[in-house]
Write a protein that binds this ligand. Sequence first.
Ligand code: GLA
Length: 382
Amino acid sequence: MDLKVIKDKFVTLFGENYRIYTSPGRVNLIGEHTDYNGGYVFPGAIDKGIYAAIQPNGTNSVRAYSIDYQSYVEFEMREDDRPEEPWARYIFGVVREIQKRGFEPKGFDTVFAGDVPLGAGMSSSAALESTFAFALNDMYDLGIDKFELARIGQSTEHHYCGVMCGIMDQFASIFGKKGHLMRLNCATMEFEYFPFDPKGYKVVLLDTVVKHELASSAYNKRRASCENACNHIKHKHNEINYLSDASYNLLEEIKDEISEEDFMRAKYVIGEKQRVLDVCEALEKGDYETVGDRMYGTHYGMSKEYEVSCDELDFLNDIAKECGVTGSRVMGGGFGGCTINLVKEELYDKFIETAKDKFNKRFGHEPKVYDVVISDGARRIS
Ligand code: GLA
């Protein structure tokens, strides 16, 4: 990311003094749609993020410029000052969520830009929320802990952006560590860093560049299905707090009480829990075949049971299989975006070439290719 563009614009609009903060997007090796079900996720922060120059301005207003949207917005910080522009809602939401927790950040000026591809399932919105949550906490010395910073981003999605997301993306953006994935138990928020350096393999994202319109309402609908299934199980077994705590047997017990659709959603979630645990165990042994096998398992589940895949993603998954790629699956919320692929180094060039060629013939454009570099989380850089 070329910070000069951000710095120059800040100087032109607001003056010479500023600090720069950044927070990254994320990948997730496995554990999808498990976070809001109290299950495990296994993300890592990436080398693409949001970068913001920011400085208190001594007023009660926020003055913000987005380089990517070439758009300037000014807003005060009370609930009814909510800006219209979708990008500004994230910043407003973060400010409001900080205030709701009893802190009083003052107004500030900011110019920001990012290099996380939008709508590609790499959490550009979490990167934006985390950048501002981290920056305001640091700049005004608020003393908010890192878990709460992640929750501030998540609540921003819930209350200002209409997505009832889990905690994975904001957690990964805040806690990321270079060279490490993190296995997070979303029920207890306990997590461990796992060094991730699969010798002889590459991790690559293939971006379909498809983003489905109804992604956020479909996401919320999946969440509602899971909650419904969980409530029915809880009714019979009150020791179950989250759907991820349940077994296939418990799900079978309530099969007749819920719709076929909700049953399939719940079945996927319960299966996904075991896949994450299998992957962690396999990683510790350097058994990448098992890691890859479970990734394909997740793709199947997300496509056929959770139904958050699409033709383009399924097509890329099939190509990966044909090319002998070790593991491949749709990453993130789904409904478009990327596949994440674990591929042997010697197969890499052939795979990328084949995927580009076949995808282009079928859909009229090539997928974008991003090599994954696992990087640090939110921080001040100057
Ligand atoms: C989106 C959400 C996350 C998570 C994933 C699916 O990225 O923001 O909380 O639910 O989808 O795993």
